[in-house]
Design a protein around this ligand. Sequence first.
Ligand code: PRP
Ligand code: HPA
Length: 193
Amino acid sequence: MQDFHHNRARSLLANAEELYDQETVQAAVRRMAGALNDRYGDASRQEFPLVLGVMGGAVVFTGNILPQLTFPLEFDYIHVSRYGDDDQGGKVVWKVVPRPTVSGRTVIVLDDILDEGETLAHVKERLLEMGAKEVIIAVFCDKDIGKVKPVKADLVGITIPNRFVVGFGMDAYGYWRNLPGLWAINPDDLSTR
Ligand SMILES: O=P(O)(O)OC[C@H]1O[C@H](OP(=O)(O)OP(=O)(O)O)[C@H](O)[C@@H]1O
Ligand code: HPA
């Protein structure tokens, strides 16, 4: 069993193409942190936003950007999944729902990728229904899918081509969330596209 996964993961990466290296990824995170610091760093505004990471894919982005944010904030997470171990999205499944602390707050949602936009559209709608004052969506990457999405990001690190990517928290079939750069999976290795 373990050798099956080991070999499949290695073969996926051997056929994949590196789109953005670690330096490029880190530079994009620094730019995003700078933009958030400019917006929320003004001490006279006395803001205390709630920063929500969308697990599991946002784990790496969240862990990288949080220590670069210089304003007072509260951190929490939600867990939503639409792809599971597939390379095509399905129904949005809530695993950990937002806590009532979102009510009345400015909520900064951090996620790894805006693809078809279904996940973040659901997340934003739920947060607003729960009384969030304002929902700011910050995604590490926005995939250029050539269609209008049901939600727009307020802050984007990198706009990526319409390829299935892994790395920096993103996985294909559970593999390669741990890569420091972004790699595009070979279309021949995708089961459903
Ligand atoms: O814009 P969409 O087409 O809805 O896709 C984007 C979502 O897909 C990924 O989550 P996934 O369901 O793969 O779960 P994961 O975070 O555990 O990887 C990613 O983390 C986003 O939340
Ligand atoms: O391109 C992707 N890669 C990994 N996870 C994803 N979830 C939505 N799109 C993607």
